[in-house]
Design a protein around this ligand. Sequence first.
Ligand SMILES: Cc1cc2nc3c(=O)[nH]c(=O)nc-3n(C[C@H](O)[C@H](O)[C@H](O)COP(=O)(O)OP(=O)(O)OC[C@H]3O[C@@H](n4cnc5c(N)ncnc54)[C@H](O)[C@@H]3O)c2cc1C
Length: 398
Amino acid sequence: MLVIGGGPAGSTAAGMLAQRGFRVALLEKAHHPRFHIGESLLPANLPLFEQFGVANEVRAIGIEKWAAEFISPSDGRRQEFEFAGCWDKSMPFAYQVRRSELDTILIRRAGFLGAQVFEGCRAEDVEFAGEGRGVRVVANLEDGTSCAWEAQYLVDASGRDTFLGNRLHSKRRNKKHNSAAIYAHFTGARRHPGKREGNISIFWFDHGWFWFIPLADGATSVGAVVWPRYLKTREVSVEEFFLATIAQCPPLAEVLEGASLAGEVQATGNYSYTCDRSCGGNYFLVGDAYAFIDPVFSSGVMLAMQSAVAAADAIESCLREPALAASARRRFDRMMRHGPRHFLGSSTASRIRPCARCFSARETLCGCRKRCYHCLPATFLGARRFGVLCGFSKCCIT
Ligand SMILES: Cc1cc2nc3c(=O)[nH]c(=O)nc-3n(C[C@H](O)[C@H](O)[C@H](O)COP(=O)(O)OP(=O)(O)OC[C@H]3O[C@@H](n4cnc5c(N)ncnc54)[C@H](O)[C@@H]3O)c2cc1C
């Protein structure tokens, strides 16, 4: 088996397949630890960490996140949604993590479980031998040499690089849902005291919304998700632009008063996309390599790991019961399409505005929350479990 990409999806897929006795090579173009955005996890991540055998290590690097709060741009009114308040009470919290640390834990675990891990190795080309007859991948190493890999199955976990989606011309952008993000880490940001310290805060403002994610080591990740056209108005450095953007949101500027930037300000387009096909005769796309929805749900790492487990199951079924391979692939594809469709339908992040109900009387909040849950049919992702999602679902979109 060959896995391209050593983020959460690739490391999980490689580790799971190796654990089941398959020979697995994982190619990662970078070297861990490396920076990655996407630090806020969901409660549904925790069973996946248990299953992968990394729960204790993740606990050691994470800060507990019990709730998400939404802050009104005009008057700073707040509404908090606790995970414990949702229907499934079995998962009352999640973690905020530095991705450099989380992703290192995951890739090392893949190696421990028996996958051969090659860092500094970038997959460049792919050739398919034909339905069910394997795949050949050429990769470049950092010393300028290249090497070729032949495998029975290829798992593309290359994230937003979309290695196969690009080569198979199957990547479709969602034109209605393009947004961009600009972000950095701060030290010295003001946090909630006690148990609420690790909660995520979402601040709306005129051009989109901000995340405020406290990390365990005292740093805070702050990012703005905005319309690309707002980003295009930039005439100063990225850093100046980011600080000026923060100044447009007084409740956020207040908690960042006296805080300092810790590192570079980065910007990225996060145009939403999905690939036409999640799998073929000898390949599977997992995580962001298949689809990227929107950071608003903090769902990326969970979706990446869920889809990796599903790919490992599907590959095992294909190999152990070849007669059932087609149905295993169909099952995988159905599952991959199901989740993102619901999230896409209810995200459209830049159009989200705080629902008046969410910021008004408590008695109407309950009704709002209930309707919001109804907007999110239980998918394979267990979307119902995301108590916090109710703040973002359809009845909150204006
Ligand atoms: C602005 C922003 C904010 C986000 N916030 C959150 C959040 O709060 N919570 C959350 O859960 N998610 C968040 N996400 C999404 C999250 O970052 C991703 O969904 C998640 O990282 C997907 O994991 P992955 O393993 O599929 O891809 P990645 O984590 O991107 O891993 C892909 C890996 O493949 C490697 N690679 C790529 N191409 C090649 C190649 N050709 N050869 C070898 N290696 C290759 C890359 O170096 C990388 O290590 C956010 C995303 C954005 C853009």
